[in-house]
Design a protein around this ligand. Sequence first.
Ligand code: ZN
Length: 183
Amino acid sequence: MQIADGTVVAMDYELKDDEGTLLDQSQPGQPLTYLHGHKNIIPGLEASLVGKAAGETVEVRVAPEDGYGVTNPSLEQVVPRDRFQGVESLEVGMQFQANTEQGPVSVRVVKVDDDDVTVDGNHPLAGKHLNFNVTVQEVRTATEEEIAHGHTHLGGGCCGGGSEGGECCSEDKESEEGDCCSN
Ligand code: ZN
């Protein structure tokens, strides 16, 4: 079976930046599983997998626009250090939740000065080319329920320990249907 909209794909993957640094990878025996055609993985990777079958290996270099987006300079801000009261040793790379007018945003510390701290709200992979090496492990037809929910059901099904991140429990439209969060 070939990868197309409405199939569930299991794949092993490695993700490196242009310098060859390993950024992310699936664990042995634990392939990433996703429902194709529902924007569950980054667009540039999803598009390159169309038509592939189990056993095939795909190498793809995804541009920032098709990955985690381009870097937005306005998301980098300098804030007074005294906003971080209670943080004993403030270090580059630390993550914080910042409350903004658009809601909570995850920011990371990129620079620490005596009086000021520079934080960056861009995704850590924004602005980077993403080099994926993917081996397709399995392709199967999604169930009607999976397509209705827009994600895969592994093992115990939706919210039974198998849904990724438990996202369905927080979506009102899912709980209204009753087949998701009531069991
Ligand atoms: Zn579900």
